[in-house]
Design a protein around this ligand. Structure first.
Ligand code: PLP
Length: 430
């Protein structure tokens, strides 16, 4: 694999990714130089980015962040990106709305403050723009020329768009049977889009093989060999939520789980904010949300298991349809350590929740948002989520990409001839 080192003075790392200093193994702690590595050479554990984070006065760091751009680069001092990242061509995602959802709160009986973090507002309408933006900077630093990924749909579109904007070639891989909205979004930016006859887990296995083959030479797979960097993009959700709450931790968060990367990195981001003194330390609970038709993590959680048994996905929440989630065991740890839980809802409950969120707050979520809202409702009914506490629910994607989920039950109230008599007869006036 090509790792191009740039000309630097002796004893400085060959790649400059801001405060990032190394990759460290999440299992055994061994450290490695920054590079396109994703598994520990000693124990095969997953790697994550280690930092030398700012150590100065928290108030001046807060001011520096607040004076930054209205996108994820305001948090550049806490991310593995070059210090001049904001000047580079990138899609600049983030700083999406945190909506105070009072009508939804009333419907669900939440009294402690309910918020929806609405990531449908990102450039390609899902949270994936955050993780891709970071992976693009790593790909640049390591000299890759092609961006690639294994995707459940949203990632393929995010990579295609980011590749065009940043000047990379791209070749992305998806299961062949995704929603039309996802396929079109992934194709429209150009670059190669390959449908694989299989599910996401087959796509991911294929990509792992491709990385080890000359066919994949010079390719940065954002969620495979760039995964440690990619994952860090999800920390920005934690940073934004706390900043938007006035630099405070929420009490409870409900987060969707596909591979589990997002959930684990939101936890990492919250812990960093506490360590940096940017928020006051207090307990928070993290709840994971899955679809019943692909619920390997919630099944393990409920059974009290530490290991996650792979499942064969069958759900309308295709963006979350990962049957063998790489970060599953870490999600279990976090849910248990924080006093949260992992729960799932079925397809009908997902559709009902999409419509509930749309009808109460004017937010049209994709199926993954139906999963988090549906799980929130269920957790409250089961007494696991405390309605008297501040709660943030994530909507990670846009309903326009998963129209099929609600199309059969969402149509015109009436179809009439263009005259007043016809409208009167329809009984809608007054
Ligand atoms: C990818 C994705 C997620 C979560 O992905 P993880 O693999 O768990 O990080 C959540 N919502 C949507 C809409 C997604 O596309």
């Amino acid at each position: 694999m090509a790792v191009h080192s740039t000309e630097t003075a002796a004893n400085t790392p060959s790649v400059a990714l801001g405060p990032a200093t190394a990759l460290s193994c999440r299992e055994c702690g061994e450290r490695f130089d920054l590079g396109p590595l994703f598994a520990c050479a000693t124990c095969f554990g997953p790697l994550e980015v280690a930092y030398d984070l700012p150590s100065g006065d928290p108030e001046s760091l807060k001011k520096q962040i607040e004076a930054g751009p209205d996108n994820i680069w305001r948090y550049a001092p806490l991310l593995p990106v070059p210090t001049d990242v904001a000047d580079k061509p990138n899609l600049n995602p983030g700083f999406t709305k945190l909506v105070k959802a009072d009508r939804l709160a009333a419907e669900l009986g939440v009294t402690g403050g309910l918020y929806v973090k609405d990531d449908s507002g990102n450039p390609t309408h899902s949270f994936k723009d955050r993780v891709v933006a970071i992976a693009v900077e790593a790909a640049r630093a390591f000299g890759f020329t092609t961006l690639s990924c294994s995707s459940t749909g949203n990632l393929a579109g995010a990579v295609g768009a980011a590749a065009r904007r940043a000047g990379f070639k791209s070749c992305v891989f998806i299961p062949h049977d995704l929603e039309a909205g996802k396929v079109v979004m992934a194709a429209v930016y150009g670059g190669d889009l390959v449908g694989i006859e299989g599910n996401y887990d087959d796509v991911n296995r294929f990509c792992s093989e491709l990385i080890g083959d000359p066919l994949g030479e010079g390719w940065g797979f954002v969620n495979v060999n760039l995964r440690p960097y990619y994952g860090e993009g999800s920390k920005t959700l934690a940073y934004e939520i706390c900043e938007q709450l006035g630099w405070q931790l929420p009490d409870q968060l409900v987060i969707p789980i596909a591979s589990g990367s997002q959930l684990t990195k939101i936890d990492k981001g919250l812990k960093e904010l506490i360590a940096l003194g940017l928020v006051e330390d207090k307990p928070y609970k993290i709840f994971g949300a899955q679809a019943e038709g692909c619920s390997p993590v919630s099944t393990a959680f409920k059974a009290g298991h530490d290991v996650v048994r792979p499942q064969k996905p069958k759900t309308i929440a295709k963006s979350l349809a990962i049957g063998n989630p790489a970060d599953g065991p870490y999600v279990l740890d976090i849910a248990r350590r924080t006093g949260g839980a992992v729960e799932d809802v079925n397809d009908e409950q997902i559709v009902d929740a999409i419509k509930l969120l749309a009808r109460t707050e004017g937010i049209f979520a994709e199926t993954a948002g139906g999963v988090t809202v549906g799980v929130t409702k269920k957790l409250i009914e089961d007494g696991l989520l405390d309605p008297s506490l501040t709660t943030v629910v994530l909507n990670t994607g846009d309903g326009l990409k998963t129209l099929d989920a609600v199309a059969p039950t969402s149509g015109p109230t009436a179809t009439i001839r263009p005259n007043l008599d016809a409208f009167r007869a329809a009984g809608l006036a007054g």
